[in-house]
Design a protein around this ligand. Structure first.
Ligand SMILES: [Ca+2]
Ligand SMILES: [Ca+2]
Length: 952
């Protein structure tokens, strides 16, 4: 990154350069005295083929840290309309139909990006490449023996005889194509052939300037699943400048080839099922005049704004005269700078390669999305400019994955980039009507997966020191979307994978305090856990910004997960369980995924990262929780069950399970976390194409590995405490870009020495399997003594457990109006008194309400007994008690008072039609009053309030 980032303040670059020089010097000094020196060239250890089989879905091509360009192969199994794998590359599919400029690493669905495939063809182009739907003509086999794949450089010798070399800067690619000794040296630019197709494409050949330029309009991420995402939302522009003149030009559209043509246009469309139909699309081709040699170099700039910006990016980062080898070296250097922020010493070469390849994958996304001039296309599809103080706008936020630990890792290493990512997320929301979309692809919101991950991610970045963004306004925006029910929240469009609301069924969250079975989320119980995490994040950011009442409101909401805990589930074992709107629990099998996304109830059980204490207490205490973790991670015979062992066991290859391995630290058995984490590190992660156990999810899984290999993991989104296990390497030195350093010494570390015997933190003995936030903030040194047998007493004391974050009383907000003295306007009759509105019931028939027929404003008042810090109000109207919804209160105010005389209005509702209304409103008072102004949907009629609830 450092080589090509714009707008960096010179002083900071100088400082970081100085630090890097000192690190190198220190390493050199250590190297003279010890057998083991820190890895000096981590980029050379990166194998970008890791994860290209076994469903890792990574891509092996060339790029730079967080780069806009990822120039990488598009493999084929004989079907041009479907990418072989979402990363464009399957290790077993040894045939290539192009090298495209953009990719996403480890994503699911049917891929995305894969824009502008270049294909070097030997021979004349006489038939349409778009008609070659089985990739039998314009594609070539290759052998892995003829392939080189490392950080910033990719090479393959195609069986056609063309040697292909690719490298990249942040916003440009460099290609070197060496054609065989005979046959036409042609280049196809398959402009329309993005991985999931395109709605528009255009290509222009400029013979005089040896340039091919154009654009493709695409999107369609997961669009085959649901029409909600079967649409375009980005246009990528490119300008490719070659170093050899063109001897032949031509273009094609669909089945028609036009020799000599220099322009074409036409997308593939997304067909009738979200995939591009066979035979559609457009592009251009040239053949090179190879009289001066058979090697052709190309430099290509891209932009998501304009062709002028693509040219400007090329001029700035990869100007005429820049040799391929220069670009390759700069990419290598950029990776060494990024990877070198974690310097490891010792371990085996395979462990080092696994570690740095994981770190590489964790630093690919999100991607720089702004051009060198600062312009970028926003979620409103308008052109914006990066604001002062920020280096870049970022895109491609795989929220459900990235929030768990990847963005914390990025921010640990580069607080400046973390800040830019947080600002980018806020910018996206602002440009998206205030909606923080959970999975953004370029300038498009795809809503894929569950929860509200940005609300966890932004506070997480802040906690790790990424504070240089508009945090206050961002919090206000988050509060708005977390409190205000939108039409999208009430919609089921896109269900289940890409439901359109930022907070699906937020109305239920605010009234029921959980997301029910019949809500709009992909899994009510899972969404309840996700929303709890999101609200916890908000509470932490609010606290750090001094917004105490907001923090209290949201720490209380974060405990709503307790409402889906069913102590009677599975015969009294107790689980987080899908719950119906009426309060009953749905049918249940802990091994299946009813109510959860991509995981079973047994796997999601542990997903309360900020409050394991309360979860364990519900289970019956630490011993029970430990036993349940043991049976989760083990087969009945005691062997580990880490993946593929069924729904009752962990799936350490997917996000819902991965945090659970750290939870023994909360139950007084940190040695079991050390054992389990190390087992995953040793057995599920390795070198080679199968080295990543599941989809890498834009680096989220690799980030878990990096943290775990360092023997640490963030406690929960929104916090910067670190949970501790045992480090894999004898030494790990983290050099944060803000100048602080974390040093981890574990001289006895080895694959088998997985147990902590003792620990010193900054020289002082510590019996805690966790570190306070100040350690990340100030840096420091850990000195571990490791061994091959467990020290079961280290970290075992209850007083030494990591913190859990509950709301004040530990039970979440409660209805403090329940059964309190109530007064009000004259009742309709003696059975419908004010007391009926605070009796905690709506199911007692038509008389379970306060009713009043007096003219003018009717009031209902409750004395809470003492001044309370109120979080929210809930009013249950006629419909909630079984009467017609036409009798629901239309217009009403809610007021609070300290003395029962002077009231302040805190909620003003007009035009309500709902049977249950919730009013999250921090307020303080002893007396609360409901003023009914228009009691029914029609004129006249009686006030009918079945319940008036006040949560504090
Ligand atoms: Ca996953
Ligand atoms: Ca009642």
């Amino acid at each position: 990154m450092p080589a090509h980032e714009p707008l960096r303040r010179p002083g900071r670059r100088l400082l970081s350069g100085l630090i890097a020089a000192l690190v190198v010097l220190a390493v050199a000094m250590i190297g003279t005295g010890l057998a083991n020196a820190a890895v000096s060239d981590p980029a050379s250890l990166v194998d970008t083929l890791v994860g290209t089989s076994n469903s890792g879905e990574t891509f092996p091509g060339a790029d730079t840290p967080f780069g806009m360009v990822q120039w990488s192969p598009e493999n084929t199994r004989g079907d041009q309309t479907h990418t072989v794998e979402p990363g464009g590359y399957g290790f077993d599919a040894t045939r290539i139909r192009g090298f495209s400029l953009t990719h996403m690493s480890g994503t699911g669905c049917a891929g995305g990006y894969g824009d502008i495939p270049f294909y070097p063809h030997v021979g004349p182009v006489t038939s349409s490449p778009s008609s070659d739907s089985s990739d039998s003509v314009y594609a070539s086999n290759f052998s892995h023996a003829n392939e080189t794949a490392t950080a910033g450089y990719y090479r393959v010798l195609l069986n056609s005889g063309v040697n292909v070399e690719l490298s990249a800067t942040a916003r440009t690619g460099s290609g070197r194509f060496t054609y065989p000794g005979s046959g036409a040296a042609a280049m196809l630019v398959r402009t329309s052939n993005s991985e999931v197709g395109s709605s528009a494409a255009s290509t222009t050949i400029d013979v005089a300037n040896r340039t091919i330029s154009g654009s493709v309009t695409s999107g369609n991420f997961c669009g085959y699943i649901n029409t909600v995402d079967r649409r375009s939302y980005y246009t990528l522009r490119f300008v490719a400048v070659f170093d050899k003149p063109f001897s032949v030009t031509g273009t094609w559209r669909d089945g028609t080839v036009t020799q000599g043509s220099t322009t074409s246009s036409g997308g593939t469309t997304y067909g009738t099922n979200g995939f591009p139909p066979a035979g559609r699309g457009s592009g251009a081709f040239v053949s090179f005049d190879t009289s001066a040699g058979r090697t052709v170099n190309v430099r290509v700039g891209i932009s998501f704004v304009s062709n002028a910006n693509a040219s400007a990016n090329l001029t700035a980062e990869n100007p005429a005269g820049t040799s391929f080898d220069t670009t390759r070296q700069r990419a290598h250097d950029a990776w060494n700078s990024a990877l070198g922020r974690i310097a490891i010493t010792g371990g085996t070469t395979a462990q080092q390669a696994t570690f740095y390849t994981a770190l590489y994958h964790a630093l690919l996304h999100p991607n720089i999305f702004s051009d060198v001039n600062g312009q970028y296309t926003g979620m409103d599809q308008a052109v914006h400019t990066v604001t002062a103080g920020h280096a870049a706008q970022y895109a491609n936020f795989s929220g459900w994955d990235a929030y768990r630990s990847q963005l914390a890792l990025v921010t640990l290493l580069r607080p400046d980039i973390g800040s830019d990512i947080a600002q980018s997320l806020f910018n996206q929301a602002t440009q998206n009507g205030g909606v923080w979309d959970r999975w953004t692809h370029g300038p498009g919101g795809t809503h894929v997966m569950t929860g509200d991950p940005a609300h966890a991610a932004v506070p997480f970045i802040y906690a790790f020191g990424g504070t240089n963004f508009d945090a206050g306004p961002a919090l206000d925006s988050m509060l708005n979307s977390a409190r205000t029910v939108t039409q999208a929240d009430l919609s089921r469009d896109g269900w289940n994978v890409m439901v359109v609301g930022e907070r699906p069924s937020l109305d239920k969250w605010l009234s029921l305090h959980y997301i029910p079975t019949d809500g709009n989320a992909w899994g009510g119980a899972g969404e309840t856990l996700e929303d709890s995490v999101a609200d916890f994040g908000i509470s932490q950011l609010a606290q750090r910004l001094g917004r105490t009442s907001v923090s209290q409101e949201f720490i209380a909401r974060a405990q709503f997960w307790k409402n889906v805990w069913n102590p009677n589930a599975a015969g009294g074992v107790g689980y987080i369980q899908n719950r119906n709107s009426n309060g009953s629990f749905a049918s249940f099998n802990p091994a299946n995924d009813d109510g959860f996304a991509e995981g079973s109830a047994a796997q999601y059980l542990w997903m309360v990262p900020f409050n394991p204490r309360a979860l364990f207490d519900r289970m019956g205490g630490d011993t029970t929780a430990t036993n349940r973790l043991d049976s989760f991670f083990h087969n009945p015979d005691g062997s580990f069950a880490l993946t593929g062992a069924g729904g009752l066991h962990a799936e350490m290859d997917n996000e819902p399970s991965i945090g659970a391995a750290w939870l023994y630290n909360f139950s007084g058995r940190p040695f079991k976390t050390q054992d389990t984490v190390r087992q995953v590190v040793n057995t599920l992660w390795s070198t080679g194409p199968g080295g990543i156990p599941g989809q890498d999810d834009l680096g989220a899984m690799s980030a878990w590995y990096v943290w775990s290999a360092m023997g640490m993991h963030p406690l929960a989104p929104g916090r910067a405490e670190l949970l501790l296990a045992s480090p894999l390497f004898p030494q790990v030195v983290v050099s944060r870009s803000n100048g602080t350093t974390i040093t981890v010494n574990a001289p006895a570390a080895s694959a088998s020495a997985r147990f902590v015997q003792s620990l010193r933190v900054n020289g002082a003995t510590s019996n805690r399997a966790w570190l306070p936030e100040s350690f990340v903030g100030s840096g420091g040194t850990l000195d571990y003594t490791l061994g091959t047998t467990a020290n079961t007493s280290w970290g075992a004391a209850t007083a030494d457990a990591p913190p859990s974050f509950d709301s004040g009383g530990g039970t979440g907000p409660t209805n403090v109006a329940l059964n309190r003295p109530a007064t009000g306007s004259t009742p309709c009759n003696s059975n419908e008194t004010p007391a009926k509105a605070v009796n905690g019931s709506v199911s007692g028939g038509n008389s379970d309400k306060w009713c009043s027929l007096v003219s003018g404003t009717r009031f209902l008042q409750v004395d809470l007994g003492s001044t309370r810090s109120i979080v929210s109000f809930t009013v249950r109207h006629a419909g909630a008690g079984g009467e017609g919804t036409n009798l629901n209160t239309r217009d009403f105010d809610i007021q609070v008072s300290a003395d029962g005389t002077n009231f302040t209005t805190v909620a003003r509702v007009r035009g309500n039609t709902a049977s249950v209304t919730n009013h999250p409103m921090p307020a303080s008072g002893r007396f609360v009053r409901l003023n009914v102004i228009t009691p029914e949907q029609g004129t006249g009629g009686a006030a009918r309030i079945y319940e008036f609830e006040v949560y504090a």
